[in-house]
Design a binder for this molecule. Structure first.
Ligand code: SF4
Length: 240
């Protein structure tokens, strides 16, 4: 679809855009588009204002395309994030329009809609996949009973696609003990995940006072991080 047709894609509901970031797509300068909507309710969510969808979205899609047209030659990639970007059924058309501008396409997803993800994967150059918890404890993080099933299916789709990816887990001591983190890492190793990251909870943007009140000092322990680092071809720990 030509960018000139961007006005026909009003229904992609965008909550905001970060026009320039060096940290959201590995090795590339990128813009990040934050799509509204998410079916899950993680306590540590950094963007709880994006969980709900508003009538027209906060930023009209044609405005997003105009901004991206001005970024051609200045950035390399566009990352669709959220919220859960795959909530929006117009995401595929939006990605195709952005691809026509010549950008690489990244997707941040927690995999809540595996069928939609399967259709989107051929359009993507990189996926950042949020894996929340060991599958038998997924609901403790997402507050949704069968969310593990969607996450499991999406993880398998990403791994089978051959598309470059990073699996990453946000960790908080009230949600994931060290034994949970190790159990998850072992599951991912068994699934032949090669690129994994742990991200320490950040209070910025989080609306859960209980999580923000808990100290993360000394968590996770150095020995655990070393053990997990040895399990993956690439491993990253991001502290707060
Ligand atoms: S899946 Fe992501 S966007 Fe949705 S509630 Fe959890 S952290 Fe927030």
């Amino acid at each position: 679809m030509s960018p000139n047709n961007a006005g026909s894609m009003r229904s992609l509901k965008v909550g905001g855009i970060a026009p320039f970031t060096a940290t959201d797509y590995p090795g590339k300068l990128a813009a990040v588009i934050f799509v509204q909507g998410c079916p899950w309710r993680c306590g540590y969510c950094h963007n709880p204002h994006l969980q709900s969808r508003t009538g027209e979205g906060a930023v009209p899609w044609p405005q997003i395309m105009q901004l991206l047209e001005r970024r051609v030659g200045l950035i390399d990639a566009v990352v669709f994030s959220g919220g859960e970007a795959t909530t929006d059924s117009m995401l595929g058309d939006a990605i195709r329009a952005v691809r026509e501008l010549g950008f690489s396409i990244g997707l941040h997803t927690a995999g809540a809609y595996p069928n939609r993800l399967a259709a989107l994967l051929p359009l993507l150059d990189w996926v950042g996949f949020d894996i929340k918890a060991p599958f038998d404890g997924y609901h403790r993080v997402t507050s949704v009973g069968d969310s593990w099933r969607q996450a499991h299916n999406s993880a398998r789709l990403i791994l089978a696609s051959g598309i470059p990816y990073e699996f990453r887990t946000t960790i908080h001591p009230s949600l994931l003990g060290e034994e949970d983190i190790l159990s998850l890492a072992q599951t991912l190793q068994h699934m032949e995940v090669r690129n994994y990251a742990l991200q320490l909870f950040r209070a910025q943007g989080c609306a859960d006072a209980g999580l923000k009140a808990v100290s993360t000092a000394g968590y996770p322990g150095k020995a655990l991080l070393e053990q997990i680092a040895a399990m993956f071809a690439q491993f990253t720990f991001r502290s707060a």
